[in-house]
Design a protein. Structure first.
Ligand SMILES: [Zn+2]
Ligand SMILES: [Zn+2]
Length: 351
């Protein structure tokens, strides 16, 4: 046989062997993929003794193809909390393989739609993932309306699922949420929200008028401190409560960019857009002001979130951050969906 004939015969034999093995091979690959999917959830952050912060949504109210609505996950001491749950944020949490069936509760800063849009998904999907008891949802006065409304909207879904899978597998208690209205803090002082297994959360009032009430949250665990500003103008309450914090997550709206867009909108006849671009400036903090807050509070790091306007390219990101490094000398980062910050304990576990 010629060399060519030998090669062709070898290729044909290999093809026959692959064809014959196709069934078992496909079966093995399929089983492996199923196993991977079923065991994908990573529960280690719950128990490793550190305080974990994961940004599950970093946009503001305008749709942004790269960012979900505002959402910050806090995982520590066997607990998994969300601060705000904006549109699209739940899908982020689920596809990142976080232990969503262990969701402990949600802390809402205020009730603008970009902060609450996925609350129904958080309640329902964490129940589907295994949560068996009602979900705690904390927030300012008015929280009962929010929780009742979502529960009403999802009540038919809950009935279908219990009827379909049975109470033993989908206990109806897990489909529910419990609203906890927090007292309104006085001045810059904080009010305690809860302390569980070493994780301590307190709320302070910020200025997002005409929104009443709007809160920021301070989170402490084993010597680490994280502060979330919520939506606010430059706030003395954030400065007061973030003193020496390891991490300040601060909202940021680049008014130098939105003003230009607003003026342009008016110039081309989009009066309504121009008016709204001007209005939003009045109840948010600019990136430079957020940096000033970080400097005044002497925080160890600053991450900007609730990014407005959307930043489609490097030039826009550069413009957004202009001047921030002059205002704050510490590490400053533009937040993005998926940013994870792990803060190992600095003091012994007390409980
Ligand atoms: Zn907002
Ligand atoms: Zn808001």
């Amino acid at each position: 046989m010629s060399r060519r004939t030998i090669i062709l015969a070898g290729l044909a034999a290999a093809a026959v062997a692959v064809f014959a093995a196709r069934g078992p091979l496909l079966e093995r690959l399929t089983v492996r993929q199923i196993d991977r999917t079923l065991t994908r959830v990573d529960s280690r952050p719950l128990e490793d003794g550190a305080l974990h912060v994961i940004l599950c949504g970093t946009a503001a109210a305008l749709p942004d193809p790269e960012r979900a609505g505002p959402c910050t996950a806090i995982i520590a001491g066997g607990q998994f909390w969300l601060v705000d749950i904006g549109p699209g944020a739940w899908r982020n949490l689920d596809v990142w393989n976080l232990p969503v069936g262990k969701l402990s509760g949600v802390l809402l800063t205020h009730f603008h739609s970009d902060h609450i849009g996925d609350l129904g998904e958080a309640i329902t999907q964490s129940w589907i993932a295994g949560r068996k008891t009602p979900l705690d949802v904390y927030g300012p006065q008015g929280i009962d309306d929010i929780v009742d409304g979502f529960q009403c909207a999802y009540s038919h879904d809950a009935q279908y699922r219990v009827a379909h899978h049975g109470e033993a597998y989908m206990p109806s208690a897990g489909s529910r949420a419990l609203a906890h209205a927090l007292p309104t803090p006085e001045g810059d002082a904080a009010v305690p929200v809860f302390e569980r297994n070493g994780l301590r959360v307190s709320a302070f009032r910020v200025d997002h008028a005409p929104v009443d009430f709007a809160f920021g949250y301070r989170i402490e665990y084993r010597g680490r401190v994280v502060v979330i500003s919520g939506d606010t103008v430059k706030s003395s309450a954030v400065i007061h409560n973030a003193q020496n914090a390891d991490l300040l997550l601060h909202e940021a709206l680049a008014s130098h960019m939105t003003e230009r867009a607003g003026a342009r909108a008016r110039a081309i006849g989009l009066e309504r857009v121009g008016k709204m671009a001007g209005d939003v400036r009045g109840y948010h903090t600019t990136p430079v002001q957020a940096a000033e807050v970080a400097a005044a509070a002497q925080v160890k790091s600053l991450v900007l979130t609730h990014i407005f306007p959307p930043l489609p390219n490097a030039l826009a990101r550069h413009l957004f951050l202009a001047g921030t490094a002059d205002a704050y000398g510490g590490p400053l980062q533009l937040g993005y969906d998926g940013l994870r910050i792990d803060l190992p304990a600095v003091e012994a576990h007390s409980s």
